[in-house]
Design a protein around this ligand. Structure first.
Ligand SMILES: [Zn+2]
Length: 267
């Protein structure tokens, strides 16, 4: 198995590989700009399976299970622009600053990723250049264009989380993920808590940090956008029926929030 094929070539993605960036509704009218850093689990052909068993490549360590189906539906329901990344987070994690250990993980949860061990700086840089940079470049350029056009922009970063992590069950159905924004997470929490059947996490199971996040700090906070992350538990959205139900719920809530932000002159 030639795990370090990438070292020997100038390019990671080649013939037969799909582009990393996937977009829906580029000219969507909604103020919400949706992102999905962990949308896909595609592997560049040159990297094979990174030495990871097929049974692990369908687990949460490779992608955010179910979020693609929610994101696609939500984008259509809201007429919102969605920017998503199709390659597995095991190749390069698009919600980590490049250079941190979890950016190109040698181990994820308890699974070793042999194809990420002892990578040269050039091999790491290639993954960044061909997957991470085009994705974040596209988000940055989109925000630039929207600002220039005077189009209100509210960033919603979509994620899903594994129901059990290191053997620990997680009770939340959905959580908000935020740090500096004092507007949108509060509104999201308020609306979600009105749905009495839901266990809602306030910065659970994760909170935003500069080591464990990239999209919210860089595109949301640094650009001064109203923003939040949303984390949905994966077992609720594994099947299409759940994806549809959660997209409908989020669309309904985000439409209400849009009206509130509009009244407050924030979108
Ligand atoms: Zn994620």
């Amino acid at each position: 198995m030639a795990l370090d094929t990438a070292d020997a070539t100038d390019q990671l993605l080649g013939e037969g590989d799909i582009p990393p960036v996937h977009e829906v509704n580029i000219a969507g009218a909604s103020p919400f700009l949706l992102t999905a850093d962990h949308y896909g689990r595609t592997m560049p052909r040159a990297l094979g399976d990174l030495g990871v068993a097929d049974s692990d490549l369908v687990r949460h360590i490779a992608w955010d299970i179910g979020i693609a189906g929610v994101a696609e539906r939500l984008a259509k329901m809201l007429d919102a622009h969605l920017i998503a990344q199709r390659y597995s987070r095991l190749v390069i994690d698009c919600n980590r600053p490049p250079g941190v250990a979890s950016s190109i993980p040698e181990i994820s949860e308890a699974t070793a990723i042999p194809g990420n061990e002892d990578l040269s700086a050039a091999a790491k840089d290639m993954r960044r250049r061909e997957i991470f940079d085009p994705y974040h470049g596209r988000i940055g350029a989109t925000i630039d264009a929207r600002v220039k056009a005077g189009k209100p922009t509210v960033l919603v970063a979509l994620h899903s989380f594994t129901p059990v992590y290191y053997g620990e069950p997680r009770p939340w159905h959905i959580g908000t993920l935020y740090r500096r924004d004092t507007v949108l997470p509060r509104l999201m929490l308020q609306h979600l808590r009105e749905e009495s059947e839901l266990v809602v996490g306030d910065n659970q199971p994760y909170a935003v940090s500069d080591i464990t996040d990239y999209t919210i700090p860089v595109h949301g906070e640094a650009r001064g956008l109203v923003n939040t992350g949303i984390e949905i538990r994966q077992d609720l959205i594994t099947e299409e029926a759940g994806q549809q139900q959660w997209a409908e719920r989020l669309a309904r809530i985000l439409r209400q929030i849009e009206a509130t932000l509009h009244e407050q002159g924030m979108s």
